[in-house]
Design a protein around this ligand. Structure first.
Ligand code: NAD
Length: 293
């Protein structure tokens, strides 16, 4: 069994990007600039955005944190989005989800300039992805593809089962794994909460990607020997032995499943760190695209 080490791989990717940024600086070019918009004081969101900004600083990107109050109206947020779209100094930005209930998330995501949409959530970019055109891939699926590629995990002709059909992980993952190319060329089954007899699919899967958010859902008796397992789940579970009062748990019963797996991602240290690295990669791509304009 081999661990797909997202922590190490993401550090490698960040070093590679830092080297490109250093070259940009040496050549007197503008470095990539990423902004993160956060609305309100959601603890997990603040942590995610904080580590995104920290990573930017680590690799030499410019970064801006746009912190807005929970009470901001939808129309004021749309005005802010327009400003960011028109800011020539900015290459890409993300709007951290979830947004407060009084704001229509879809409306906000639709207002982002697709050329600055480094999260890859805009329908124009999602459509390009589905049509095999160059675009920003959503960061988490992009990170999974990168892990599979760097560890030379064979995907062609394999049966991939994705659990979860969210717009940010499960659905795009099913598209990417079925695309022509490497990684890809897989036969994909996309499963979800209404799937009957899920075990029949998982037991026949060569590759399983879990993105459902149910701690330790995938057990050893649900998989076959030699399976490749990618665990996207991140759930905070109460843990009094931890000073924080909780621990981060994935969707996979790691101890049981890892005994049968050929490759497996741990949680934490698997897909999570890859997501930030790929957001940075998308921002570099955004800068390069703007330089060519
Ligand atoms: P979501 O929470 O929007 O939806 C969950 C999906 O799982 C739904 O499509 C649902 O149909 C499916 N599902 C729920 N229960 C199921 C069951 N019993 N059997 C089969 N399918 C079931 O999904 P999401 O936003 O993709 O998040 C999923 C998990 O991934 C969460 O734990 C989230 O925190 C984590 N996540 C991690 C990263 C990362 O960077 N590692 C990024 C995004 C999401």
């Amino acid at each position: 069994m081999q661990i797909l080490d997202g922590k190490k791989t993401s550090e490698d990717i960040k070093s590679e990007i830092a080297a490109v940024v250093q070259k940009m600086k040496d050549d007197g070019q503008k470095v990539p600039h990423l902004a993160a918009v956060i609305v309100g004081n959601n603890g997990a969101s603040l942590t995610y955005v904080g580590s995104k900004v920290k990573s930017c600083q680590q690799i030499g990107f410019e970064s801006t944190l746009v912190a807005l109050p929970e009470t901001i109206t939808e129309s004021d947020l749309l005005t802010k989005i327009k400003e960011l779209n028109e800011d020539d100094n900015l290459d890409g930005y993300i709007v951290q989800l979830p947004l407060p209930k009084h704001i229509d998330e879809q409306k906000i995501l639709m207002a982002i300039d697709p050329d600055k949409d480094v999260d890859g959530f805009h329908p124009a970019n999602f459509g390009k992805m589905a049509l095999d055109m160059e675009t920003f891939l959503p960061a988490t699926p992009f990170g999974i593809m990168e892990l599979l590629e760097r560890y030379k995990v064979e995907t062609a002709g394999k049966h991939t089962v994705v659990i979860g059909r969210s717009h940010i992980v499960g659905r795009p993952m099913s598209i990417l794994m079925s695309r022509k190319g490497n990684p890809g060329d897989s036969t994909v089954t996309l499963t979800h909460s209404r799937t009957k007899n899920l075990e029949e699919f998982t037991r026949n899967a060569d590759i399983i990607i879990t993105a459902l958010g149910v701690p330790e859902f995938l057990k050893a008796d649900m998989v076959k020997d030699g399976v490749v397992v990618i665990d996207v789940g991140i759930t905070r579970v109460d843990d009094t032995s931890n000073p924080k009062g909780y621990k981060i748990t994935g969707d996979v019963d790691f101890d049981g499943v890892s005994k049968k797996a050929s490759f497996i991602t741990p949680v934490p240290g698997g897909v999570g760190p890859m997501t930030i690295a790929m957001l940075l990669k998308n921002t570099l791509l955004a800068r390069e695209m703007r330089m060519q304009k």
